[in-house]
Write a protein that binds this ligand. Sequence first.
Ligand code: R5P
Length: 295
Amino acid sequence: MKIIIGPASKKLASKTAKIAKCEKIQVINKRFPDGEVYVRIEGNIKNENIAIIQTTSPPQNINLIQLAFIASAAKLAGAKKIVGIIPYLAYSRQDKMFLQGENISIDTIASMLKTAGIDQLITVNIHQEKVLERFSFAAKTLSAIPLLAQYFKQQGHNEAFSLAPDKGAVYITEQAKNVIGGECGYLEKRRDRYTGAISCDSKKSFNVKGKTAIIFDDIISTGGTIVNATKILLELGAARVFAACVHPLLIGDAEKRILNAGVEQIIGTDSVPGRFSKVSLAPLISQEIKALKSG
Ligand code: R5P
């Protein structure tokens, strides 16, 4: 299996190729003066199984088009099987019609990827695993939570309290607890579908007095969810609060808002490359690639 280095995940893809002992295939990419995207695969992939590693975090539309063009180019170049490894899968939160007249965005994305030539998809901590059942081709999600929890354990935060900011993240805190130990709990979160404003059930009580608490989530976007959860933890007497997520989007002034709320540190993975990518997904993805190679 050869690995195509997606322009949006250069470092992660190279690291993964090294660990999985796969040949790297580079992509030339540029934008035309009018903004259109151009890609060209360098290297021979005829009759090869290939994996394209390309995240689709912002600028998500560009990254998605790049991915589709690379897959399409790989097909034209004679690739046998194309696995799309998309650590952050954009549009996966719009997985149903929340309001009349909306689109189910993830369905459109899945069709586009299939049409482009992707035969199988692997992503990481997709917002709802169930959404993958809607795909007309093989699709699975991996979990980076044990890696994130390991990071905190190595920093000496054994037995910290793991908090899920909503019910959807409960499985996440259970996975974290398996590594860190300690207790875990979850909040009931509501989001206004028109304004996006978040409110939480602040009547819940957790045993966090004088303890370190880590809020684990799949995504941090505007930071509203973490800010709310932090307020509750501090009101309950938590001594230290950390925020961990798989996909650190941190849009606009999210970091400032989160730190102002009292979070000590924000830890994410290289699913969204940047300052918060303290934990690499390379060991997790390379394991999966090794399994694909031997399967
Ligand atoms: C939604 O339920 C997700 O799990 C995250 O909690 C959410 O996407 C975070 O968004 P924000 O940072 O904008 O509150």
